[in-house]
Design a binder for this molecule. Structure first.
Ligand code: CAA
Length: 282
């Protein structure tokens, strides 16, 4: 199957990045968010990101305009009906996602492949809201989606070989390197990453070292691009808590239990970079 038109549901941090990389690769992209305010904010992020590339001479103004011209915003899911592949990157709430998948299944032709960028929910639960579960898979991007090379292709127990192949081709065409993961909690990366981030928060919470020293330790001691607390702030502490809780609910291992400090920071609205306050001030 030849993908020409890509639909994206959700124009937040992840959705806007997915829209941008897809349009940059030459796809016609329609992105839907729930209202004009969210949509315009997301489109604004894409515009500034493209402009930054022009300002830093990484892109010509003509390329910027051509890419921008391939992006269409909407508040109606029905407007995604002519997409060959849809990537859902909406709120991490299973009821909402099932409703989106049910609607997409109704409005899209039988050939459309439906995918989700979920990091913590079960893909088969979304697939089961459609009459085409074999054409549903996970395409899990990493933050920031414009930069990170990896995408996990998540295969449920019913995803077809054809759908996996379409996902793989699409990811390679937008410059990503896919790895194949089963529809199990945390897939590959979060299963390994989340306990590490939670441990770093426990080290900080227990007063063993300052945030700066914990991060510096992993930055310089292990050559990581950023320390675990700065990375938690980048991911979003609410997102991290949500992923940890769903891993813990399914796997019941203490290493996935959220440290009390993380819960309290989320309650306080200190969600990391997006609220300008997390383990660091931004
Ligand atoms: N959006 C778009 N582009 C961005 C960006 C963002 N938020 N952040 C950085 N970039 C790009 C820009 O092109 C930037 O260059 P310019 O400033 O010249 O435009 C370039 O990356 C380099 O950025 P910086 O100089 O600011 O900083 P850096 O070299 O340290 O790179 C980083 C920043 C790419 C974020 C790097 O620190 C890094 O790789 N960190 C680790 C990120 C990571 O592990 N992500 C995975 C999170 S886990 C996840 O997402 C899964 C989940 O389900 C929770």
């Amino acid at each position: 199957m030849d993908i020409k038109r890509v639909g994206v549901v959700g124009c937040g941090a992840m959705g806007s990045g997915i829209v941008q990389v897809s349009a940059q690769a030459g796809y016609q992209v329609t992105v839907r968010d729930i209202n004009d305010e969210f949509l315009n904010r997301g489109l604004g992020m894409i515009k500034s990101s493209l402009q930054r590339d022009v300002d830093r001479s990484r892109m010509t103004a003509e390329d910027r305009d051509a890419i921008w011209g391939r992006i269409k915003g909407t508040t109606k899911l029905e407007d995604l009906a002519d997409s060959d592949l849809i990537v859902e990157a909406a709120i991490e709430e299973i009821g909402e996602k099932r409703s989106i998948f049910g609607t997409l299944d109704r409005v899209c032709p039988p050939s459309t492949i439906l995918s989700t960028n979920t990091s913590s929910l079960t893909v088969i639960e979304m697939a089961a809201a459609t009459k085409r579960p074999q054409q549903v898979l996970g395409l899990h991007f990493f933050n920031p989606a414009q930069v990170m090379k990896l995408v996990e292709i998540v295969r449920t127990i019913v995803t077809s070989d054809e759908a996996v192949e379409v996902g793989r081709k699409y990811e390679e065409s937008i410059g990503k390197t896919p790895v194949l993961a089963k529809d199990q909690p945390g897939f590959i990366v979060n299963r390994l990453l989340v306990p590490y981030l939670l441990d770093a928060i426990r080290v900080y919470q227990d007063g063993l070292a300052s945030a700066q020293d914990i991060d510096q330790g992993m930055l310089l001691g292990c050559n990581h691009p950023m320390g675990p607390l700065a990375l938690s702030d980048l991911i979003g502490l609410d997102v991290l808590l949500h992923v940890a809780e769903s891993l813990h609910a399914e796997l019941a291992e203490p290493r996935f239990a959220a440290p009390p400090l993380l819960k309290r920071m989320v309650m306080a609205g200190h969600l990391g970079r997006k609220t300008k306050r997390g383990f660091y001030a931004y």
